[in-house]
Structures are given as structure tokens and as C-alpha cells.
Design a protein around this ligand. Structure first.
Ligand code: AMP
Length: 208
């Protein structure tokens, strides 16, 4: 049995066609079902539906053999205890700084609201900018509007969310796509099954 951890939402939707090419289709409609374990058209493969930020944890501990996670989550979590053999090229977006439209750059110490604390800390340190990082779990865009922070670090896709809140993207920290991650022990113990699946994903990706 292979267990694949994946989060609901954009990553799952973008992953479904890739999984389908490998013969893996959930037996329940993930949009309607509240089940956290979905059996699939392949008897040897099941999906576990978890929060995006929990995917590396499940895979690291071997609760899932494989996972599909955004590079943003992997950067923040630290992926030393996982293999990351494949960039799936799905759920693409950018990790960026953003500030109120027209706001001047601040020269001294800045306050930054984000859920990507470690990634932001490293980014501003590398830039030689003194930053106080304020951890938030959501609605980052609100922080500069109410004086909680000077800027934010968040994912940007179309830019519509920033625009709707009077913010503008500033600096690109890194481009983001979703990656396939694999538990290290599973890679050894279930080598054949995992390599076959990897090959199927690679074939599909090379045809795109
Ligand atoms: P947008 O308005 O299209 O720029 O999307 C920005 C919002 O969607 C932000 O709240 C992001 O956190 C979220 N978002 C955008 N792309 C992704 C992605 N690939 N994975 C997860 N969240 C995303």
C-alpha cells in the first residue's frame, strides 16, 4: 500500500490530472466527501487529505510514503529529512514581499507580517535588512492596513488579493511550484512501487 498526502484546494486540483495519468482516481469526490482517507481506483494507493503545512510532517514520520507540497511549505518546514525527487510544476505562484501602494521603502528596522517566519527571516537577513517578523496564520494583507506591520511576505498568483486590499507586490523572494516528497525509509522499502510512480509522473510531465 502506498499512502500519498495531499492538501485540498489548488494543489489537489492541479494534482488530480497527474494522479489520473498514473491510474489513481479517488473513489469519493474530494470536494463533497469529508473523509480524510480516500481510497482510489488503484487498490494499492490511498490518499490522505491534510493541511498543506502538515504534508512534510506526515511524510517525514512515514505516516504517508509520499506527499505533494508547495515549495513554500517545504522551505519553511525544512526538507532535510525528506527526498524531494520531482518538481511537479503545478500550483505555480510567487513568494513575494508586498506593501501598501506607493508606500516609501523604510530604511531602518521594518516589521513584517507573515506565516513564513523562517523563510522571511532568512530573506531579510540575506538582504542586510533588519526585520522584526510577526507570525500570522492568515489574512496577512490586513496587517499593513491596520498598522501591525510595514509589509507582508505572502504567496502571490494573480495579484488580485493584494490589489483588493490596496497593496502592491514588491520583491520576489522565490518562485513556487509543488513538489513530490518521499519518506526516506519508504524509498528503500517500497522502491519498486515508488520508482514506477515517479516514472509515470515524469512521463506525464515531459509530455506537457
Ligand atoms: P492571488 O489573489 O491570485 O494573487 O492569490 C493570492 C492568494 O491566494 C493569497 O492569499 C495566497 O496565499 C493564495 N495562493 C495563491 N497561490 C497559491 C498557491 N499556489 N498555493 C496556495 N495558496 C496560494
Amino acid at each position: 500500500m502506498l499512502t500519498i498526502a495531499v492538501s485540498k484546494g489548488r494543489i489537489f486540483e492541479d494534482a488530480l490530472p497527474l494522479l489520473a495519468e498514473a491510474g489513481i482516481k479517488p473513489l469519493d469526490d474530494p470536494k463533497k466527501s469529508r473523509k480524510l482517507i480516500l481510497n482510489t481506483t488503484r487498490e494499492d494507493v490511498r490518499l490522505v487529505i491534510i493541511r498543506a503545512t502538515d504534508v512534510p510532517t506526515f511524510v517525514e514520520y512515514g505516516a504517508a510514503d509520499l506527499g505533494i507540497a508547495g515549495k513554500d511549505v517545504l522551505l519553511e518546514h525544512g526538507a532535510e529529512n525528506l527526498y524531494e525527487p520531482l518538481d511537479l510544476g503545478i500550483a505555480g505562484c510567487r513568494l513575494m514581499t508586498a506593501a501598501p501602494v506607493g508606500a516609501p521603502d523604510i530604511s531602518g528596522r521594518i516589521r513584517v507580517a507573515t506565516k513564513y517566519v523562517k523563510t522571511a527571516q532568512k530573506y531579510f537577513a540575506d538582504q542586510g535588512i533588519q526585520a522584526e517578523i510577526i507570525k500570522l496564520y492568515g489574512s496577512m494583507e490586513l496587517a499593513p492596513l491596520v498598522g501591525l506591520a510595514d509589509c507582508i511576505v505572502d504567496l502571490v498568483d494573480t495579484g488580485n488579493t493584494l490589489k483588493a486590499n490596496g497593496l502592491e507586490a514588491r520583491d520576489l523572494i522565490t518562485n513556487i511550484t509543488s513538489r513530490l516528497v518521499v519518506n526516506k525509509a519508504s524509498m528503500k522499502m517500497k522502491h519498486h512501487a515508488i520508482q514506477t510512480l515517479l516514472g509515470q509522473f515524469e512521463n506525464t510531465l515531459s509530455e506537457r
